[in-house]
Design a protein around this ligand. Structure first.
Ligand SMILES: [Zn+2]
Length: 216
């Protein structure tokens, strides 16, 4: 057995434990209610191996055994159960960007803003200090385009739209699916967690601000 083969399960175990902690904290913040959301971490690109949450798991009761290991085609190579129905979207993101993790949340503000701005295929966020939490961003003056795609239960078709969206928006840190939620990614689990927190914060600020303007 090669060194890489010996190390892979160990790395996977650490990554899964780290993901479990992130999922519990996101559940407590209301971003993963019920069985919503899914998480993946890339273990290696050669051979391609991904750990991802299983389908239908209550995110408030997530445990390490609720993760499966997949190959590049989405076949289960380790673990019991079915992978999340959206595993094709995770694979599409990882084919398109040089990321190490992909996290997907279903928050109230992502859902609302993805509907409000769907007719423009997205919206800009600019002028907020918190933008500096996104990889490569060093000023509040940065203009972040948040692309939006239509929702679908046809995951292969939606995966193709994700590949196209990332090709057209190579600087994006994430995207919204209309009436559904946020996908974002990062080089590491910690960076991806930060991206979820930063984008969810910004979506909530924009949504709450808009509501206050309507009330005055
Ligand atoms: Zn979803």
């Amino acid at each position: 057995m090669s060194m890489a083969q010996r190390e892979t399960p160990c790395k996977g175990k650490e990554d899964i434990n780290a993901c479990v902690g992130v999922i519990r904290s996101f559940y407590d913040r209301g971003w993963l209610l019920g069985t919503a959301g899914n998480f993946s971490v890339l273990l290696s690109r050669g051979p391609f191996r991904l750990v991802i949450t299983a389908s239908g798991i209550d995110k408030g009761a997530i445990a390490p055994e609720h993760f499966l290991q997949l190959d590049a085609l989405g076949n289960v190579v380790e673990g019991i159960g079915r992978p999340t129905a959206e595993s094709g979207l995770h694979l599409a993101v990882l084919e398109s960007v040089n990321a190490g993790a992909v996290f997907h949340t279903h928050s109230i503000w992502a859902t609302i803003l993805s509907i409000i701005h769907a007719s423009n295929d997205g919206f800009y966020i600019e002028g907020y200090e918190m933008l500096k939490g996104l990889h490569g961003v060093d000023t509040h003056a940065h203009r972040e385009w948040i692309p939006i795609i239509e929702n679908s239960q046809d995951i292969p078709a939606l995966s193709d739209r994700v590949r196209k969206l990332i090709a057209e928006n190579p600087k994006a840190h994430g995207f919204l699916i209309r009436g559904h939620g946020l996908y974002t990614w990062g080089e590491t689990i910690q960076e991806t967690k930060r991206h979820v927190e930063i984008i969810e914060f910004l979506l909530e600020v924009i949504g709450r601000h808009r509501t206050m303007l309507l009330e005055t």
